[in-house]
Design a protein. Structure first.
Length: 259
């Protein structure tokens, strides 16, 4: 499916379902705040970057309401969800404004950052941030190492990252299906337009350990029975020999102190 068609369907919730930040943004913020709080981290007075915000301002304005000083909403593409952003005006008018019949953020509170985060021109548009957040974004990246390094550069010395990552095949009925195919077959025929990079737990460990001084991974879900059913067909490059690692499907990553 062409990328433009996929994003058209995603915006309208047709066939393709968006992630938590779009379907229930306030629950997404609650999860961010609670998870950070358990680590002794507060967003109060902090500059927060939401990586992959999907065109909807809800996560940003709710972070501001909960005490963030400034929010950077970052996405590779410009696909603003004006219909749903307009619904936020009455409750979050302090942070949003209506200009020429379109809702836009007030610059003193929200910065929109659209483009490739790896490019110097994009990096120079904002100051360093204290907290970087994402939900179900990292599994879609085509250059996990390069983008993680770019995000680390944008992070203040004492900054923290929190990323929720979904390691499943996004045809969720068969969570390990994508691991059965060679790279050539996957890239040329089966990889969806949203791109699934097929990174596993140890792959993410290597990337984050290379860019941060302290990294903690929490396993949120393991599907051991499903893994065992698929195991014989899963290619060897996706297996470590440790089912406790190989069967992991949902994680969150907390990373402190960019190198």
């Amino acid at each position: 499916m062409p990328e433009g068609v996929a994003r058209f369907l995603l915006k309208r919730r047709w066939i393709i379902q968006p992630g938590l930040e779009s379907t229930d943004p306030f629950s997404a913020v609650e999860r961010y705040v609670e998870t950070l709080s358990a680590q002794g981290v507060s967003i109060q007075g902090k500059r927060v970057l939401v990586f992959g915000y999907g065109g909807r301002f809800a996560v940003g304005v709710d972070l501001l309401k909960r005490g963030a000083a400034h929010v950077v909403l970052c996405d590779h593409f410009v696909l603003l969800d004006d219909e749903r952003n307009r619904e936020l005006l009455s409750a979050y008018g302090n942070y949003l404004k209506l200009e020429q019949a379109e809702v836009s953020p007030r610059g003193e509170f929200i910065t929109l950052l659209h483009g490739d985060i790896r490019e110097d021109s994009i990096q120079k548009q904002i100051s360093q941030v204290d907290v970087i957040l994402s939900t179900s974004v990292f599994e879609h990246l085509d250059d996990v190492a390069g983008i993680t390094q770019a995000l680390a550069k944008l992070t203040a010395p004492q900054g923290v990252h929190l990323h929720f990552v979904d390691l499943r095949d996004h045809f969720f009925k068969y969570p390990f299906e994508m691991l059965k195919y060679s790279e050539q077959v996957w890239k040329n025929f089966l990889n969806p337009s949203s791109n699934l990079n097929r990174f596993r737990l140890d792959d993410y460990r290597r990337v984050f350990d290379a860019n941060f001084k302290k990294v903690e991974f929490t396993v949120l879900e393991q599907l051991t029975d499903e893994f065992r059913k698929a195991k014989k067909q899963i290619r060897p490059e996706f297996k470590t020999g440790d089912e406790a690692v190989d069967a992991v499907t949902l994680i969150h990553v907390i990373a402190n102190g960019p190198k």
